[in-house]
Design a protein around this ligand. Structure first.
Ligand code: ADP
Ligand code: MG
Ligand code: MG
Length: 882
């Protein structure tokens, strides 16, 4: 079978569509070659090879190296140089690259093909001895690290010694003699740490390099990165073997990385950094401070004064070509070899939520993409970032920053200082809010970066590891705050003449790069401009209505501002905890007779009514689904002696009585116990009070000319008979209230149920006879379908995800294959009884884009989610429809 895909002038086997097979990098290298861009020729070993490599116990698939040898022959012909030649050697890189990008997580080895003889040949052929040995020391270092497993620091230490000997700081200031000496020392480091010599045979280097890249797919940090980013179902990494081009030949050479637009704000401005006389990762590793591409025109190479201007112009041309071709912002890697530009990589640029929105709107204006494409392209979840608070401008005005770094990833963040990734993980787990402060971050740190509230680094640019990773997650990051001196060992930083430690809190503004002492106040965002445009487009294309889960006037108003078209779930129990209501609630629960219970309920009635008036008013005529009391009663009473004593005092009864009643309420499985509609079956007066409050509130609103549209929702129904009984009771109550209030007008009140017990879904055709609407309570439905207690699931869920028994947490994203069947059946059966039955969903899943897609496909009328997720749901609903 075909395992190797060539790209070059002679032929190009692959194309942009083959990401799964060739990895993103490989597919795009082939694609860029096809459209005539200056890409050094090479070939890609497929991801299927990686899959085979692991299936066969970490062995290269049979026949792979034969195909590699053939491809190398072709490369030699195309380059007019021989791999393994001792006079003018062809050098190559081996590079990883999976279908989805995992920046810096896997390995790369550059300058393969050099050895003790070839380095002399390279020096002679190029007339540049320094360059030859600079390339060799890089190969020894990378090969030693990646293939032979020698710690990178062992090499760093030797380099530092040479620099000290020569009295220089920068790698570029080390002279040829120093580099020759360094190569000798590096070989010794390898021998000392592995007992083996650096292999002089180029073909062996290549084979081992390919093997090492396949192996890097399974290093812990790569596995962890895939977990955090929920990347599943990938075959593995491809390996790209590519002709070297040299950014390290002198001052007319360099290497750079760039985004075709600003990935942080979305501004349409080329945005990159480059480093003269450098190779590979030098730019992002922070060894020297790179220059912004903007300043490139000023770059004067010794033998060619205009080189910078020309290179900058070529890069700008490249921006145009790439954006036209890929119709999206590109994140590129390039190298300049003696005034000639080479493209080494392109991919769609990771961007913040704000940038995604701006870029999508701009590209529609530029006619690069259509409205529909714009809507489809913005990751719905990333809108969260735009809905996050930013620092209060007033608070900022009165504070002066300790220092200003680079605005690497927008947002407002504060936390106590943590100095290592492990520390950030631990302290976050312990409930602390921390800011990870590092000189720079590396792929090993991703766990801690993910845990931390924000990231602050003292070196590294806008394209440094910390910046790129933080932007991908939408996490606030300030990078390269060079005035901060970090002493990680001591757990202290020094800045602006002051010292801060683990107990101190700093605030960072990722939009401006400012760093402040202490915790700064934040304000809510404004949702205008491009954001509003995107929402308008989304509303145009979506079929699902979007409601919110809210149980206070403030939440209701916020949700309306975010575009909610009603309340899909108003949980009434939350209302019973506030202030002294809980006392009346407890009185009701502890009552021994119906009479006492009614007396207590009477005290609760005015509170409930007032809440509903507030919510109905805030929703201005939009429907409000009110769920009657759901949790088991024991949740409302204290279980400790002290708490029980206080309750006894407040209610004027004996503590022993309280204790006895609480003991009576105890249930072995409260989630499957006396709750939901079962409460109203036993204590119908609870339902009566709640329905009375709803109807009275609706009448009160009507008098204020607010059209209230309550929908009474009866929870935890499993049989038609339950609903029939409670529906009758509710209807009777409505009639009673109307009569008592002598209300003549028409009230629009419907009665429906939550479908959250599997039996209700299975018998939905019967249940629908008694229901005006269904709302899928997928939290409980998931709990009962899997038989996982959602309050205890975390004791085993991580293992289930780890073993890939489950792909993701079924409480966060609907299990469409299992639980989804019950939803689909509930809809179909319900509508077989009532064709126009209104059906929605109100679990956590209502705000999850993947679940929203399912709801759309299943023909639901609406989803309901928390206020902050309403815009996300609107966009996801449109994406589901497109
Ligand atoms: P990553 O996936 O971590 O970005 P890459 O495979 O892109 O790793 O390699 C990192 C860097 O190495 C590239 O950005 C480029 O600067 C350099 N590089 C890789 N291959 C070549 C090559 N053939 N010639 C010159 N530089 C190369
Ligand atoms: Mg790269
Ligand atoms: Mg429930």
């Amino acid at each position: 079978s075909k395992m190797v895909y060539y790209f070059g002038k002679t032929k190009t086997d692959g194309n942009a569509k083959q990401r799964e097979l060739l990895g993103g990098k490989g597919a795009n290298l082939a694609d860029m070659t096809s459209i005539g861009l200056p890409v050094p020729p090479g070939f890609t070993c497929t991801t299927e090879c990686c899959d085979q490599y692991y299936k066969q116990g970490r062995k290269l698939p049979k026949g792979l190296m034969d195909q590699v040898h053939k491809a190398v022959k072709l490369l030699e012909k195309e380059n007019g140089k021989k791999f393994g030649s001792n006079t003018d050697p062809l050098l190559m890189s081996v590079r990883s690259g999976a279908a989805q990008s995992m920046p810096g997580m896997m390995d790369t080895v550059l300058n393969l093909g050099l050895n003790d003889q070839a380095v002399v040949g390279l020096a002679n052929a190029t007339g540049n001895e320094r360059f030859a040995y600079d390339s060799y020391r890089r190969l020894l270092n990378m090969y030693g690290d990646v293939v032979m497993g020698v710690d990178h620091h062992a090499f760093e230490a030797e380099f530092d010694k040479i620099k000290a000997e020569q009295g220089v700081d920068l790698d570029t200031d080390v002279d040829t003699a120093g580099l020759i000496k360094l190569c000798g020392l590096y070989k010794k480091v390898i021998k000392k740490h592995t007992g083996q010599n650096f292999p002089q045979d180029p073909m062996k280097q290549l084979e081992m390099g390919i093997t090492a890249v396949f192996s890097s797919w399974m290093v812990p940090r790569a596995i962890r990165y895939r977990q955090i980013n929920e990347m599943t179902g990938l075959l593995g990494t491809a390996v790209n073997v590519q002709t070297m081009v040299y950014g390290n030949m002198g001052d007319d050479c360099g290497t750079g990385v760039a985004f075709t637009r600003n990935p942080s704000t979305g501004a349409n401005k080329f945005y990159g950094e480059f480093l003269v006389n450098s190779q590979g990762e030098d730019v992002v590793a922070g060894i020297r401070t790179p220059l912004p591409c903007e300043s490139m025109p000023k770059w004067k190479a010794p033998n060619n004064k205009t080189i910078g201007k020309q290179m900058h112009a070529e890069l700008m041309k490249m921006k145009g070509i790439l954006e036209k071709h890929y119709k999206d912002v590109q994140d590129i890697e390039f190298t300049i070899e003696r005034g000639k530009l080479f493209m080494l990589q392109t991919r769609n640029g990771k961007r913040t939520g704000a940038a995604a929105v701006k870029i999508a709107c701009d590209m529609v204006k530029e006619k690069l993409i259509t409205e529909k494409t714009a809507v489809k392209r913005i990751p719905a979840n990333d809108l969260t970032q735009l809905l996050l608070p930013s620092f209060d401008p007033k608070a900022k005005k009165s504070a002066s920053p300790l220092t200003v770094g680079l605005p690497a990833s927008p947002g407002a963040s504060f936390g106590a200082l943590a100095f290592t990734a492990e520390e950030a993980v631990e302290r976050t787990h312990a409930g602390e809010r921390v800011l990870l402060v590092r000189q720079e971050t590396s792929p090993e740190d991703v766990d801690g970066m993910h845990s931390a509230d924000g990231i602050l680094t003292s070196t590294g640019g806008m394209t440094s590891h910390a910046a790129v990773v933080a932007r991908g997650w939408g996490k606030c990051c300030v990078a390269g705050a060079g005035e901060i001196q970090i002493d990680a060992k001591a757990g202290k930083i020094k800045v602006a003449g002051k010292t801060y430690g683990r107990k101190d809190v700093l605030s960072i503004d990722g939009t401006t790069g400012e760093v402040f002492a202490g915790e700064m106040d934040t304000v809510s965002p404004k949702l205008s401009g491009d954001f509003a445009t995107v929402m308008k487009w989304a509303d145009k294309y979506r079929k699902l209505a979007v409601r919110t889960n809210a149980d206070s006037p403030a939440d209701s108003k916020r949700a309306r501002d975010f575009g909610a078209e009603g309340i899909g779930l108003c949980r009434t129990e939350h209302m019973f905890f506030e202030g002294d209501r809980i006392t009346a609630m407890r009185e009701m629960i502890l009552a021994e007779t119906e009479g006492d219970r009614k007396k207590a309920l009477k005290k609760l009635l005015p509170y409930q009514r007032k809440d509903f008036v507030g919510i109905f008013t805030a929703m201005k005529g939009l429907p409000v689904t009110v769920r009657l009391l759901d949790p088991p009663l024991h949740e409302f009473v204290p279980h400790d002696a002290k708490g029980q004593k206080e309750v006894a005092k407040a209610l004027g009864i004996s503590p022993a009585k309280v204790k006895a009643r609480v003991a009576m309420l105890h249930e072995a499985n409260p989630m499957l116990g006396h709750r939901g509609c079962r409460l109203s079956i036993t204590y119908p007066e609870i339902l009566t009070m709640q329905v009375t409050a709803i109807v009275e509130a609706a009448i009160a609103c009507k008098k204020k000319r607010v059209e209230a549209k309550p929908e009474i929702m009866i929870p935890l129904v499993g049989t038609k008979a339950e609903l029939a009984l409670l529906r009758a009771k509710a209807e009777e109550t409505i009639a009673d209230v109307l009569a008592a209030k002598k209300f003549k007008g028409k009230l629009d009140i419907t009665i429906g149920t939550m479908i959250e017990i599997p039996r209700a879904a299975l018998t939905a055709d019967e249940v629908a006879e008694e229901a005006d609407f269904f709302s899928f309570g997928t939290n409980d439905l998931t709990q009962m379908t899997f038989g996982y207690s959602r309050d205890d699931v975390n004791s085993f869920l991580p293992d289930y995800i780890g073993h890939e028994i489950l792909e993701k947490d079924p409480f966060q994203s609907l299990d469409t294959t299992g639980v989804g069947q019950l939803v689909a059946m509930g809809v179909a059966k319900g509508r077989s009884t009532k064709k126009k039955l209104k059906v929605g969903i109100c679990g956590e899943h209502g705000g999850d884009p993947a679940s929203i897609q399912f709801c759309h496909d299943t023909g639901l009328d609406y989803v309901s989610c928390s206020p902050f997720r309403v815009p996300i749901a609107r966009l996801a609903a449109a994406q589901a429809a497109l």
